[in-house]
Design a binder for this molecule. Structure first.
Ligand code: G1P
Length: 288
């Protein structure tokens, strides 16, 4: 069994829900406290031993690759001024040479199409997919939890969460087989079903470990929900041929593609940090 070494991060989305902030800025550069969403995702993957990244970008997303480049003038100036603590804060925003590549998704044809755009990077290897809008606060990286489940099951594993019935039309939804309360066998997958048609209320959230065979299924370019080439449909074609499980990861996920979710993430992350928690607790009562 091959170990997990690669992650694909689809980051071509326009970020329309955060306009005007995202008019000239990639939504994945939005900070939570002091770190952009893209860096949280990369650090989460690194905590699972991943060091090869492919960003699937589009126009106006160059800053995402630049974020992990050497900032020579900045680093030299900080060194000269003896600001070594500040310099240390830049560590996560660096990369081993050659470890981040990017491909362009020229036309927004769907998440499945974005992943297909990374096919040369993926090759014959298992790979993680991370949607940086989904931000995770957890003791153990979610990609690490999925990677362990992949080692255990030998196949595809997606992170899942129970959602209110009325929200099934926002997510990929599982048809569940054997379920021990932590890991559920996947019998079917439906993208954004109406509540009355949803096979369960167990939804896919933005972390996946998939086998490379999904690429051939995505290459059928079949349009699904919303007229888009859906990752969920490509994955559904692997069920029955390869192990496929949903894993309820431990920790919390914040939907930073949504304004309220993003604000909640700011608070939760600030409260989790020793340098911020007391200051936030001091002002919070003013807003009740
Ligand atoms: C995508 C996937 C969906 C998944 C969701 C998780 O939807 O298509 O299956 O449940 O991410 O965040 P999107 O949020 O891009 O509409």
């Amino acid at each position: 069994m091959k170990s997990l070494r690669k992650a694909v991060l689809p980051v071509a989305g326009l970020g329309t829900r955060f306009l005007p902030a995202t008019k000239a800025m990639a939504k994945e550069m939005l900070p939570v406290v002091d770190k952009p969403l893209i860096q949280y995702a990369v650090e989460e993957a690194r905590a699972a031993g991943i060091e090869q990244f492919c960003f699937v970008t589009g126009r106006g997303k160059v800053s995402l690759v630049e974020h992990f480049d050497v900032a020579f003038e900045l680093e030299a100036t900080l060194k000269e001024r003896g600001k070594l603590d500040t310099l240390k804060q830049l560590e996560g925003a660096s990369a081993i040479p050659g470890s981040i590549v990017s491909v362009r998704q020229q036309v927004p044809l769907g998440l499945g199409h974005a992943i297909w755009c990374a096919r040369a990077f993926i090759g014959d290897d298992p790979f993680a997919i991370m949607l940086p809008d989904d931000l995770v606060l957890a003791e153990t990286s979610w990609v690490k939890q999925l990677a362990d489940a992949y080692t255990e099951t030998g196949g595809n594993v997606v992170a899942v969460e129970e959602v209110p019935r009325e929200h099934t039309n926002r997510y990929g939804i599982l048809k569940v087989g054997k379920d021990d309360g932590r890991m559920a066998e996947v019998l079917g997958l439906v993208e954004k079903p109406k509540p009355e048609e949803a096979p369960s209320n167990l939804s896919i959230v933005g972390r996946y470990v998939l086998m490379p065979e999904v690429i051939a299924e995505l290459a059928r370019f079949e349009k699904g929900a919303g007229g888009e080439i859906q990752l969920t449909d490509g994955m559904a074609r692997l069920i029955g041929r390869q192990p496929f499980h949903g894993l309820r990861c431990t920790g919390r996920r914040f939907d930073c593609g949504d304004k309220a979710g993003y604000l909640e993430a700011q608070l939760a992350f600030a409260l989790s940090r020793p340098d911020m928690a007391d200051k936030v607790r001091a002002f919070l009562p003013n807003y009740r």
